[in-house]
Structure formats: C-alpha cells, structure tokens
Design a protein around this ligand. Structure first.
Ligand code: EPZ
Length: 383
C-alpha cells in the first residue's frame, strides 16, 4: 500500500479483533527447520513479513501451505538449500533467524548479512558470537555469513546486550545442540517466551524463558506440533494509543493484557480509563490526554515499538513530555514528520521534548518505519 489518505478530527468508536504477533510468528516459523515433522500454526497474522518468511523457507525446501486464514502448515522433511539470499534478507531483517536452526539441523548455512535499516545499524554480532561459542565457524564472504558446525555444542553465553532475535536465534540453535546451553542477559520479551513454548511443544527442553537466564538442554531430534501464536501486543498498544490520542471508546478482543503492562500504565497516566478482561481490553478517553514522558527499554520496560505512538499522543497533550529512545540510535525520524503537522517538538540528543498544541493541521507525511506509520492516523488535525 503506497499511501493512506486520513481525514481526522473525530473520536474513535468500535471493536477490533487483534491479530497474532508478527514478532512471535516469524521466529516460530523458523522452528519448522528443526524437525522433519509438520508444524501447524494458527493465529498467524496476514502480513508481508510472514509471506516473505514463507517464501524464504519454501526456497530452502520446506513445504509451506496456508490451509485457511490465519493457519500455516510447515514441514521440513529435508532442507535442499540452507541459503537465505540477499534479495529476501534485505526486505526482512528477521530472515537472520534461519541461521541458528539451519546450523543446528544441517550443520551448515549461508545467510546474507541483513545490513542496516531506517532505525539503526542493527548489527548481528551477538548472534554470531553465540553460535561461535557453540562451536560454529562463521566466515563473512561477499556479504554472506557462511557458517559450519559438525554438531553444535552447549555453551554458557553471556550476551553483551539484550537482543530479542539474538536470544531467539541461539535458543533455536541450542534446542538440537549437544549438552546444555545457558543464555545469560537474555531478552525477556513475550515473543521469546512464545517461541520457547512452541519449541517445548516440539519436545525441546527449555527453562527460564521470560527471565534473564534461559537454560536449554539439547535433544537429538524434535517432533512436530500444533501451536497458536500469541496476540500482537504492539498492534494492541497502537490501537489503544490511537484511542487515547483521538479520544473515543474502543474494545479490543483476542488480546493478551498481561503482555502490555508498561504501555497500559502510561495510557492510564495520560488519563485514559482502561478495563482489562482475560483476553480483552476496553479503553475510554475524552478530551485532550495528559502529557506522559516515556523512556524505551528492553521488556518489561517500555517498548521501543510503542515510542512513535506515544510521541504522537504527546503532540496534542496538555503539557510537555520527554520521549527518550534507548534501543535504536535512529528511531526519531517521525518527529520531523510530526512537525510537518504543526507539532511542537525539540530534539535533544536521543530525546524529543514535545509540548502539546491545541490544534494540528493535515499535511502529507512519510511513514519512516513500520511503527511510525500507525500514530499519524489518529491525530486530530483541525479540531
Ligand atoms: C526485535 O528486533 C523486533 N523485531 C523489533 O521490532 C523490536 O524493535 C526490537 O526487537 C526491540 O524490541 C523482531 O522481533 C522481528 P534487538 P531485533 O536485537 O531483535 C543491538 C518491529 O517494528 N544489537 O533486540 O533486531 C541493536 O542494534 C521491529 O516490529 C547489537 O548491537 O532487535 C539494537 O540497538 C522493529 N548486536 C539493540 O541491540 C546484535 O547482535 C536491540 O536490538 C543484536 C542487536
């Protein structure tokens, strides 16, 4: 979709059923590489990245079938070509998640380096360091990581920083490694836990997912499984932030409220009234929100994938908010686009100081990254 034309200026009303989580579905699809038996996934979101991952796995020889909406059948009876080509990897960085499982299953992999992206350099040194600690040799040739390992061995890996896909890649690799792997300073994101749940359903031995230390006792082989992908907490948070920004009454279903603590807390601070049930959230917001400052951090801290949405909220809030990004070095481009709508934003290093204005005007703006595109839809131009 090249462009969206949005006429703002009125509160949001209605009910939305939330999709499965993109950032859980992608690593979980890669788990299919670890077994010769079928992996049946449900609640899979209908997204370009999911289609790209299906294409990437299909090119390797994995049988991929979409039996019905939200369901994917994957079976890697054999892996003909353990390669992730640049043409696909450049469109979706998460392709790097095939590196660990290919090495564990086939003893070799050739994966294009993802390169940088709009929000930062995003190196994969922690993925490489962890796999090397498990006995892999990884060479960089013509922009590709060429990796080899007789059989990966368990290792104690202390990651220099918290990385979500780094933790997932190493967990996937360790599931079939010889012996025990300890991942220290591991990411605690709910998507990491969802992957661990799926691997456990396939017969993997994993403890501690969701904490900073994950223990994986490698097994010889994994079976198939049927697994339901968790709800998307960022999609949920984006709809809630839109309602808190534009005002209104919105009910979200098929959600996981307990994966959104930091976001819900900030929305309540902004003055929204929020009710949560087992798998639903209802929000009501009237009048201008209160200014709320946020500082992004690894889970359970405030998610970087919600930063742009809260900057948008701050542009029409009562008072001044400071929005600080600590995860990605270049994830403030949307501030310039918001200024085009008449927002009052001053950049100070990795922080944006946003003083709410009474009124914004419609203008042509650019979606600088996936998470920056959502918020501009909810603003109240010309109210
Ligand atoms: C995941 O990216 C998500 N993507 C991102 O969502 C999300 O923003 C990010 O985690 C943080 O929550 C998927 O799950 C597919 P990181 P990931 O490795 O794993 C540095 C979206 O909008 N780093 O946790 O790539 C890195 O540069 C996307 O859905 C290294 O230096 O993020 C960053 O500054 C955007 N070396 C920081 O760590 C490494 O080897 C955290 O990145 C790995 C990471």
């Amino acid at each position: 979709m090249d462009k969206l034309r949005i006429t703002g200026g009125r509160p949001l009303e209605g009910e939305v059923r939330i999709s499965g989580a993109k950032n859980a579905a992608l690593p979980i699809m890669c788990a299919a590489l670890l077994s010769a038996e079928p992996l049946r996934l449900s609640n899979v979101p209908r997204l370009m990245d999911v289609a790209t991952m299906a294409k990437l796995l299909g090119q390797m020889g994995v049988e991929v079938r979409r039996d019905s909406p939200g369901e994917i059948f994957l079976q890697a009876k054999s892996i003909a070509d353990p390669t992730a080509p640049y043409e696909l990897v450049k469109t979706m960085r998460a392709s790097v998640l095939v590196l660990g499982p290919l090495l564990a299953r086939c003893g070799q992999a050739r994966v294009s380096l993802p390169g940088g992206c709009a929000i930062g350099a995003r190196p994969v040194d922690q993925h490489v360091k962890g796999l090397q600690a498990m006995g892999a040799t990884i060479a960089l040739e013509h922009g590709y990581m060429t990796a080899r390992a007789e059989r990966l061995r368990g290792a104690r890996i202390v990651m220099d920083l918290v990385t979500v896909t780094g933790t997932e890649n190493l967990m996937l690799a360790a599931a079939l490694a010889e012996g025990t792997t300890m991942l220290e300073n591991a990411a605690r994101e709910p998507e990491v836990v969802d992957l661990a749940r799926c691997l456990t359903a396939m017969g993997a031995k994993i403890e501690g997912a969701g904490s900073g230390t994950i223990r994986i006792d490698g097994v010889r082989s994994l079976s198939g499984a049927a697994f339901r992908v968790m709800p998307d907490r960022i999609e949920t948070g984006t709809f809630l932030a839109a309602a808190a920004t534009a005002g209104g009454k919105v009910r979200l279903t098929a959600v996981a409220p307990d994966s959104l603590d930091a976001t819900l807390e900030k929305l309540r601070e902004a003055g929204a009234s929020i009710k949560t049930g087992k798998d639903e959230i209802a929000i009501e917001a009237a009048g201008r929100p209160a200014a709320v400052s946020v500082r992004t951090a690894p889970y359970p801290g405030f998610p970087t994938d919600m930063q742009a949405q809260f900057m948008a909220l701050a542009t029409v809030a009562r008072g001044t908010a400071v929005i600080t990004e600590t995860i990605f070095e270049n994830r403030m481009m949307h501030a310039l686009e918001l200024q085009r709508l008449g927002a009052n934003i001053t950049m100070q290093g990795t922080s944006a100081v946003v003083t709410g204005v009474d009124r914004l005007q419609g203008a042509k703006v650019m979606a600088t990254d996936l998470r920056a595109s959502g918020p501009t839809c909810a603003l109240r131009p010309g109210w």
